[in-house]
Design a protein around this ligand. Structure first.
Ligand code: ZN
Ligand code: ZN
Length: 163
């Protein structure tokens, strides 16, 4: 099966990690779709480029809608089929993440000087004015807004340490 999610021969880490999915989450996603494209139903090993992880970027990098073949992935928003409408109406993350007890809504922003920890990435961020700065990883140089922090890592990944 060509699934483009778990670690491939040339990549060091599983690509699904970019979407905050563990290997178990990714397997559950594949099982949910029976190893097929979420719209046209082509099987992973038949689809010319395999199946891709599709997400709702406006909501977050973690908001995984499902698996799509390359053709459906590139034309999803121009499709008018009932299959495409059904797919868009029931994103995987909306049921799968709450089923694991994960919170999808961002908490209101903690006050200036607050510190949050993201256990999955082992990152600590501190609020200074309107910006959040990573304090324990020199590679995360760019400050983020609260909204962007939630969009990128997921509300369920953010623990408030001190306010
Ligand atoms: Zn994996
Ligand atoms: Zn398809």
């Amino acid at each position: 099966m060509t699934l483009r999610g778990h670690k491939g021969p040339t990549s060091k880490t599983c690509t699904h990690r970019k979407y905050q999915l563990t290997c178990e989450d990714y397997d559950a996603l594949v099982a949910h779709h029976h190893g097929r494209c979420g719209v046209c139903g082509i099987a992973a090993d038949t689809a010319p480029m395999g199946l891709f992880i599709d997400h709702e970027s406006v909501v977050g990098d973690w908001a995984v809608r499902g698996l799509l073949c390359n053709r459906c992935n590139s034309s999803l928003h121009h499709m008018s089929s009932p299959e495409a409408a059904a797919y868009l109406a029931s994103p995987w993350y909306l049921t799968a993440l709450p089923a694991k007890g994960l919170r999808l809504k961002a908490e209101s922003e903690p006050p200036d000087g607050a510190v949050v920890h993201l256990p999955a990435q082992n990152l600590t961020w501190e609020r200074t004015g309107r910006h959040w700065h990573c304090t324990n990883n020199a590679r995360r140089r760019n400050p983020l807004s609260w909204r962007e922090l939630n969009r990128r890592y997921g509300p369920f990944n953010i623990r408030v340490l001190s306010t």
